[in-house]
Design a protein around this ligand. Structure first.
Ligand code: SAM
Length: 232
């Protein structure tokens, strides 16, 4: 499959495994990812945001309910919302989601916009998971005929080390942890030196882990005392 498809497949696999119910796709472009996500029956709220409202409008029709949706209605309805707006600006409608995806978006932002993006996504929207994909510039030497960036609107393309240092700083500033992966493997023997064609960071709040551990420990103590008193 094309690299574009592989990036979406990565998100779909995450969704299959983790079953998020509220998802925002930032830079949703032609709504292709949203059109795939709407078939996951646990989904309750799907939101797309893009600065280019005309483009979204042109492609949004595939998000409307299908006849089969009426024949086999869901127990809980799925809402789909599309907004024209910039990921550099806070929007109260985008807070408290299970998953935020940002697929090949950040490289379209200037560095000032990128720091607003970090503040908006990790400091304000505070989702339970963020998936960010961006080109890995180390792979560019393998792309035939490429001079400069992969797209003329890209403001930067990062090496793995550059992406890692940005991601770790974001984690430090906003209390998240990150795991790195990617799609589009390099030819055999070159993976280690070059990495994936698209690099991906999967972020989770570190606080949640702490809270969960704290809660389960409290429950354990509570049960312990309950049993103790019950026996007395
Ligand atoms: N996510 C899409 C996908 O997986 O098919 C592709 C993203 S496309 C390469 C980049 C998108 O980001 C474009 O649709 C562009 O309009 C949008 N974009 C660029 N700057 C933006 C901003 N500041 N806020 C929201 N969207 C933005």
């Amino acid at each position: 499959p094309s690299l574009h498809k592989q990036r979406h497949e990565f998100v779909i696999n995450f969704v299959k495994e983790n079953k998020p119910q509220k998802v925002v796709d930032l830079g949703c472009c032609e709504c292709q990812l949203l059109k795939k996500l709407k078939f996951h029956r646990q989904m309750r709220l799907l939101v797309g945001v893009d600065i280019n409202g005309a483009q979204v409008k042109k492609h949004m029709h595939g998000l409307a309910p299908l006849p089969s949706d009426y024949l086999q209605p869901r127990e809980d309805e799925l809402r789909v919302e599309l907004y024209q707006g910039s990921v550099t600006q806070k929007d109260a409608r985008l807070r408290g989601f299970d998953l935020v995806t940002s697929i090949e978006l950040i490289e379209h932002l200037r560095l000032s916009g990128l720091s607003c993006f970090s503040e908006v996504v990790f400091g304000y929207m505070t989702p339970l998971t963020v998936i960010i994909s961006t080109p890995n510039s180390e792979f560019n030497s393998l792309l035939p005929g490429l001079k400069g960036f992969r797209h003329r609107d890209h403001k930067f393309e990062w090496t793995r080390a550059e992406f890692k240092s940005w991601a770790l700083k974001v984690c430090q500033d906003y209390g998240y942890t990150v795991e790195f992966t990617g799609v589009g493997a390099a030819p055999p023997g070159q993976q280690e030196n070059i990495g994936f064609c698209s690099q991906i960071g999967v972020f989770h709040p570190s606080q949640v882990d702490f809270n969960r551990k704290f809660l389960s420990l409290t429950c354990l103590w509570f049960n312990y005392f309950f049993l103790l008193f019950y026996q007395l």
